[in-house]
Design a protein around this ligand. Structure first.
Ligand SMILES: CC(C)(COP(=O)([O-])OP(=O)([O-])OC[C@H]1O[C@@H](n2cnc3c(N)ncnc32)[C@H](O)[C@@H]1OP(=O)([O-])[O-])[C@@H](O)C(=O)NCCC(=O)NCCSC(=O)C[C@@](C)(O)CC(=O)[O-]
Length: 301
C-alpha cells in the first residue's frame, strides 16, 4: 500500500512523557511545556490524566493543568479518564477530548486499572456514553498489543477483540500501545492486520515505546499498511508506572524527521520541536532520548 501523504501526530509528552517522573514537575513548567509544543505546531496534545493521585502522583495537578492551559484555536487538549469520576472532573475543567485506556492483557489490566478486561469495558461504556452526551469525542487505548510485562506474548486476535469492543462502544479512534516496546516490524504488521479486520484502519493509531529500539521500524511498517495516526513524545520522554523497565515513547522529533524524509506532512516545525525537547529535558533534568532532536541541537537548533 502507498504511504499516506500526511500523518496526524498525537503528542503525549505532557501526559505519558511525564507521568512516570519521580520528582514532581511543577504545574507552571507543565503548562509552559504544553505552550511550547503548541508553538512548534502540535495540534493534538494529551495534556493531563484524571486518574487517582495515589496511583499516579505526577498527574495530581490535572485540574490545574486543564484549567490553566492557554487554549489555541484548532488545538485539541485531551486527557485520560479511566472512569466516571475522572470524566466528570475533566468535563468541569473544559477538556476538549478524553481517552479511556484498557489492555489486551488481563494481568496488565489488573495492575494498571485494578480490574479485568471485561470489567474495564463495562466501565468504559459508561464513560463513552456520558462523554458523548457531553459532546466529547473519546479515544480508546489498548496497552500491551505486542507483548505484556506479566504475560509475555499477546495474540493479535485478543488485541482485535478489545479494539472492536472499544470501537463499537463509540471510541472514534483506537490507539494500539506497544507498552514495553517488544514489537518488531513483522509482528506489528500481523497485529495491525488482525485489528484492521475489525476496525477501519483510518480509526486506528500507533503508540510505540522504544525500549528495544524498534519503534521507528514498527511505525514505518504500519505506515506501509495504511496507518496514519502516530502517538509520540518529545525527547522520547516517558514510561508506564505499571510496566517496569518500559522506556519512553518514540521521540516526536525522530518521527517527524522520518516523516519529512518520506515526504509525509505532519504540520510540525521540526527545529522548534527539537528546541522544546532540549528545553524540557534540561529543566526536569532527564536525558534527551531523541536522536534527531539531539543531532539538530548540535547542528545549531
Ligand atoms: C482506575 C483507578 C482509579 C481504579 O482504582 P481503584 O482503587 O480500583 O478505584 P476506586 O474506585 O476503588 O477508588 C479508589 C480511590 O481512588 C479515587 N479515584 C477513583 N477514580 C479516580 C479518578 N478518576 N481521579 C481521582 N481519584 C480517583 C477514589 O475516590 C478513591 O479515593 P479514596 O476514597 O480512597 O480517597 C486506578 O487504578 C487508577 O487511577 N489507575 C491509573 C493508572 C494509570 O494512570 N496508568 C498510566 C496510564 S495508562 C498508560 O500509560 C498506557 C498508555 C495509555 O500510555 C498506552 C501504552 O503505552 O500502553
Amino acid at each position: 500500500m502507498a504511504l499516506p501523504s500526511s500523518v496526524r501526530l498525537v503528542e503525549v509528552g505532557p501526559r505519558d512523557g511525564l507521568q512516570n517522573e519521580q520528582a514532581f514537575v511543577p504545574t507552571h513548567l507543565k503548562l509552559a511545556f504544553i505552550k511550547r509544543l503548541v508553538e512548534a505546531g502540535c495540534a493534538n496534545i494529551e495534556a493531563a490524566s484524571f486518574v487517582s493521585p495515589r496511583w499516579v502522583p505526577q498527574m495530581a495537578d490535572h485540574r490545574e493543568i486543564m484549567q490553566g492551559v492557554e487554549r489555541r484555536p484548532g488545538v485539541v487538549y485531551s486527557a485520560l479518564t479511566p472512569n466516571l469520576k475522572g470524566l466528570e472532573a475533566a468535563i468541569e475543567c473544559d477538556v476538549d477530548e478524553v481517552a479511556v485506556f484498557g489492555a489486551a492483557s488481563e494481568a496488565f489490566s489488573h495492575k494498571n486499572i485494578n480490574c479485568s478486561i471485561a470489567e474495564s469495558l463495562e466501565r468504559f461504556e459508561q464513560v463513552v456514553e456520558h462523554a458523548r452526551q457531553a459532546g466529547l469525542r473519546v479515544r480508546g487505548y489498548i496497552s500491551c498489543v505486542l507483548g505484556c510485562p506479566y504475560e509475555g506474548e499477546i495474540a493479535p486476535l485478543q488485541v482485535a477483540r478489545v479494539a472492536k469492543a472499544l470501537y463499537q462502544m463509540g471510541c472514534y479512534e483506537v490507539s494500539l500501545g506497544d507498552t514495553i516496546g517488544t514489537g518488531t516490524p513483522s509482528k506489528a504488521k500481523h497485529m495491525l492486520a488482525a485489528v484492521a479486520a475489525q476496525v477501519p484502519i483510518n480509526n486506528l493509531a500507533a503508540h510505540c515505546h522504544d525500549t528495544y529500539g524498534q519503534a521507528l521500524a514498527n511505525l514505518y511498517a504500519m505506515l506501509e499498511e495504511g496507518l496514519s495516526v502516530i502517538d509520540s513524545s518529545v525527547a522520547g520522554l516517558g514510561g508506564c508506572p505499571y510496566a517496569k523497565g518500559a522506556s519512553g515513547n518514540v521521540a516526536s522529533e525522530d518521527v517527524v524527521y522520518m516523516l519529512e524524509g518520506l515526504g509525509i506532512e505532519s504540520g510540525i516545525d521540526l527545529n522548534a520541536l527539537a528546541r522544546t525537547g532540549d528545553w524540557i529535558t534540561k529543566v526536569i533534568n532527564v536525558p534527551n532520548r531523541s536522536r534527531a532532536g539531539s543531532a539538530l541541537m548540535v547542528a545549531g537548533g
